[in-house]
Design a protein around this ligand. Structure first.
Ligand code: HEM
Length: 601
């Protein structure tokens, strides 16, 4: 893999100099590492050699920035006009002055014309896909500013790192943009589900699904979050008794899977205590979706290769298992709906099964099994990986700030005590909520949003041709010094607890943890409540800190930000013996967290 040496700047405008001295967009203490190589050749390279190569790559971009390589000179026309203007302006008296004035006017016109050409970085795509893509994008943002084009051979992307431009694409002119590349990548797993769908299918499905997440449903889910979190404490208790550290990313991934399975189709994966073919199939499918979003040759589009390449064969088998399971759940729920005499009304909540699937079937809407499966699969993925990533990075941020853990514990002791948080308690767990809001600022999941222009548009004075692909860098927005004081600092108090929970509107589109506009996340409340309940339940019962010999925490990315080597923490019970006895009684005996299915790719 090359370093970024071939990235060339071709911006003609002098307006686009770096706005600040460039620096590495580091998370507090986190180490940046390349994602697992998508090219099998690299997997034999010894780890140290790979690390050294990565370090050289980082250094070389920094050095090149500092050397001024990316500093944007004026276009040659502007340079010639400037030179002539100064020549004639220095002639004593006579026509020289008049010519200099005319040149000054021409210079102004030329500079305006320069500004119309979008700044452009060109390079080799392997330089970007070899590492979490949002990191080089941050560096390029410090050079090229709020909007620039990133080109690799014939392919190019417009990168947006500005709140008002993001608002224009996501909200004001949303009808002019589709999910583009994302739909292509996710088609094999989500089909026409809500995330990749566009046009009329998206409109119809959004209208059908959003009402399912009504207030009564979310309140019922809050209770279920508490049950699942309590169940998970047996795993932590067992680890703490055995003096064994817990890999928290794996732990949260499985806890979130258990929750979303129940919430969406009333299926108990119980993945924290066992592995089975369905769980393995779900993870194989998820990892394949991530792999496809970072690999740069879509060889799987050729049917013969899908049949030959082992990982593609495994993926097809996994999809079969997941689809068969979903079909089984759909027909079971259909039978339930046929047999029950519960009337469907607004805020419908199934007595025996409060899931979204039950709501959708009970609503009586005509829908094909394939569409229903696409919807369920979409929500399974959307609601699982994201929440697990948010909890993992929140834990990581907290591990650096024991003082905030103490504040969460004090709040939970006062508001919740030994029980499970209720819907009404959540408002009063305001500091815990701000911790999550702040962690989502530093580690947005996903870190970039993808769009494609369906028709010509104009952004910041630039003409955007139809078909242009966009990355809206939420990572850049959330760490931009233009919008945030000390943007790299983890500081939950930047969001006051006496103000509403921060969102895209309160923060004027500089904060987009759930996107914005018509494609905004439908599970935002669900996910925030879920995260608050889990943190409250765990911190009431345990203390967490980084394990003594934990590997440094690095980042890799697919759809969300993963750790490169896990988040290894030691867990110990808080010194409240009577509480731990109660927790032990409530929870079932634990097996160790199954490891093998989580890191398949
Ligand atoms: C902390 C957890 C979550 C985060 C950070 C998150 C983030 C997001 C973001 C940023 C988008 C917008 C994507 C875009 O504009 O391209 C989105 C869309 C979506 N999310 Fe979430 N999400 C979370 C949890 C959930 C949950 C729990 C569900 C389901 C119960 C869910 C279902 C969806 C769906 C269906 C969409 C597509 C909406 C549409 O296009 O109309 N998400 N999510």
């Amino acid at each position: 893999m090359q370093d970024l040496r071939s990235l060339r700047h071709t911006c003609p405008s002098s307006q686009l100099k770096p706005r600040q001295s460039p620096r590495t967009p580091s998370c507090p203490g986190a180490r940046v590492k390349p994602s697992r190589p998508s090219c099998s050749k690299l997997s034999n390279v010894p780890r140290k050699a790979k690390d050294a190569k990565e370090a050289r790559k980082q250094d070389s971009l920094d050095e090149r920035i500092l050397s001024g390589e990316f500093t944007t000179p004026p276009s040659w026309r502007t340079q010639v006009i400037n030179a002539l203007q100064s020549l004639f302006g220095n002639l004593p008296g006579g026509p020289g002055r008049g010519i200099a004035l005319a040149l000054a006017k021409e210079g102004r016109k030329q500079r305006a014309a320069d500004r119309k050409v979008m700044p452009e970085a060109t390079g080799d795509i392997r330089e970007i896909v070899g590492q979490p893509v949002f990191l080089p994008l941050y560096k390029l943002f410090t050079i090229y500013g709020k909007i620039f084009r990133l080109s690799f051979g014939p392919k190019s992307f417009v990168i947006i790192s500005d709140a008002q431009l993001a608002k224009q694409v996501l909200v004001t002119n949303a009808a002019k943009y589709s999910k583009g590349l994302l739909s292509e990548i996710l088609d094999f797993v989500m089909g026409q589900g809500l995330i990749p769908a566009d046009g009329d299918i998206w409109k119809v499905r959004r209208r059908a699904i959003v009402p399912a997440l009504h207030k009564r449903y979310v309140a019922a889910m809050v209770d279920m979050f508490g049950d699942c979190a309590l169940h998970s404490t047996s795993t932590l208790t067992k680890a703490s008794r055995g003096g064994r550290p817990v890999e928290m990313e794996n732990f949260f991934s499985r806890l979130a899977l258990d929750i979303i399975g129940k919430a969406v189709f009333d299926y108990d994966f119980d993945s924290l205590t066992h592995d089975d073919p369905v769980i393995k199939a779900v993870y194989t499918t998820l990892r394949e979706a991530e792999y496809r979003s970072t690999a740069f040759i879509p060889y799987w589009n050729f049917a013969p290769l899908r049949a030959i390449v082992p990982r593609q064969r495994r993926c097809t088998e996994a999809l079969d298992i997941v689809n068969t399971t979903l079909n089984g759940l759909i027909s079971k729920c259909k039978t339930l709906v046929d047999e029950e005499d519960q009337e469907f009304q607004e805020e419908f909540l199934g007595d025996k099964d409060p899931s979204i699937l039950h709501f959708l079937l009970a609503s009586g809407e005509e829908i094909s099994s394939k569409q229903l499966r696409d919807d369920l699969m979409t929500m399974l993925i959307a609601g699982h990986e994201t929440t697990a990533a948010v909890l993992t990075w929140t834990m990581y941020c907290l591990s650096k700030h024991p003082e905030y853990i103490e504040r969460i514990q004090a709040e939970v002791d006062e508001v919740v005590g030994d029980g499970k948080p209720t819907f009404d308690d959540i408002k009063r767990l305001a500091f815990t909520m701000r911790v999550i809001n702040e962690s989502m600022r530093l580690y947005p999941q996903p870190p970039v949003l993808i769009r494609r222009a369906l028709e010509e548009d104009e952004l910041d004075g630039y003409t955007i041709p139809k078909g242009s692909d966009f990355f809206i860098s939420v990572w850049n927005l959330h760490r931009s010094p233009q919008y945030w004081d000390n943007p790299e600092e983890f500081n939950p108090d930047r969001f006051s607890t006496s103000r509403p929970v921060p969102n895209e509107v309160t923060e004027e589109y500089a904060y987009l943890p759930f996107g914005a506009g018509r494609r905004k996340c439908i599970g935002d409340q669900f996910a925030l409540f879920e995260s608050v309940v889990i943190l409250a339940m765990l911190f009431r019962r345990f203390d967490f800190k980084m394990a003594a010999n934990a590997p440094a925490v690095g980042m890799t990315t697919g759809a969300t930000i993963h750790t490169s080597d896990g988040l290894l923490m030691s867990v110990s019970p808080r010194s409240m013996p009577e509480l731990m006895q109660k927790a032990d009684k409530a929870a079932e005996p634990a097996l160790k967290i199954p490891q093998e299915a989580v890191r398949v790719a």
